[in-house]
Design a protein around this ligand. Structure first.
Ligand SMILES: [Zn+2]
Length: 323
């Protein structure tokens, strides 16, 4: 059984799944922007009910919210969203990277604590087995992240993720920064004895290099083209061409598609502060973009309905079951 925010569900219930999205996002320290505090929960609910409705309209049945502990989660909000929308929501436990995630709370402990992975894993395991705080919501996966290289702090979070996976059996989903670190992440997971069939190396689409994707795929990991519509790194047309080519070469059973949408920002939103040319680049960055635009474009490039079902339904299910 898989931990959804409304309780355990069977893998068969997942259906068409987006494996990497965010309902709310608050970078560590956003609370210090005190004119914006606390976050407008009503507005977040309204926005995200619309997000869930748009997802349902294109047949999405499950959304994995990949927001880790240090990026502001709201399990009660996820429960309300799942209950009102009928979408299965799975949330995560985990810690973000050292560059834009690590809080002084954890970093300061590295001065005194010898076994940081063990300490972090205690938190992850508790949130999977017992629940997040007093909400009763159990995390269904672990999220960890690296910078452009895997720093010592991040190495601790990855080791903790593997400990939690060994104890609880949940999948691990990663964030990679820039076009390179997926290979180092994969090698670290192998060294630590992670179950590769339950690891998704995220954001490989930051790179356009087929050899990079294949280096990770050939080690036995899933890869995420999971920033579709967010063209700050790679144009969608290039991702679509590369996904189609990978499908042609027999890798469809290791690819997952998602958007990494950040649907509600705590504090100042990216859309409010970014220059207009950047905001314009995000016009397709929405929850139904893969279904409405990317999948038809993939079909035009020869990707079959069966391969699409593999990427959108079977792979997410197998990520959770380890099949
Ligand atoms: Zn993300």
């Amino acid at each position: 059984m898989i931990n959804s925010v409304l309780g355990p569900i069977s893998a068969e219930k997942l259906g068409k799944t987006l494996v990497h999205e965010h309902f709310i996002v608050g970078q560590p320290g956003w609370q210090t922007d005190e004119t914006m505090f606390p976050y407008d929960r009503k507005a977040a609910l309204k926005t995200n009910l619309e997000v869930c409705k748009a997802a349902r309209e294109v047949g999405i049945e499950t959304i994995v919210d990949c927001t880790p502990n240090d990026y502001t989660r709201d399990p009660e909000l996820y429960k309300e969203l799942a209950g009102k929308s009928g979408i299965n929501i799975i949330c995560v436990t985990g810690l973000f990277n050292g560059t834009t995630g690590a809080t002084t709370y954890w970093v300061a402990k590295t001065m005194f604590v010898k076994d940081m992975p063990k300490m972090m894993a205690e938190l992850f395991v508790r949130e999977i087995d017992v629940g997040i705080g007093k909400t009763g919501v159990k995390a269904g996966a672990v999220k960890v992240a690296s910078s452009e290289t895997v720093t010592p702090y991040e190495e601790s979070t990855f080791k903790a993720a593997v400990i939690a996976q060994k104890e609880t059996g949940v999948p691990i989903i990663t964030h990679t920064e820039g076009p390179n670190p997926g290979i180092a992440q994969a090698d670290l997971f192998i060294k630590e004895g992670a179950d590769k069939k339950k690891v998704l190396i995220g954001h490989v689409s930051n790179s356009t290099d087929m050899d990079y994707y294949k280096a990770i795929l050939d080690k036995g990991f899933y890869v995420g083209f999971d920033r579709m519509g967010m063209i700050l790194y790679t144009q969608d047309e290039i991702c679509i061409k590369n996904i189609a080519e990978l499908c042609k070469q027999g890798y469809s059973d290791k690819i997952m598609l998602s958007h990494d949408t950040c649907n509600f920002w705590c504090g100042r939103s990216l859309r409010d502060i970014a220059p207009p040319e950047i905001v314009a680049m995000l016009s397709n960055w929405r929850i139904d973009y893969v279904s409405r635009t990317v999948l038809p474009a993939l079909k035009e490039q020869g990707v079959t309905d069966k391969q699409i079902n593999t990427m959108m339904v079977e792979n997410p299910r197998n990520l959770f079951t380890g099949k």
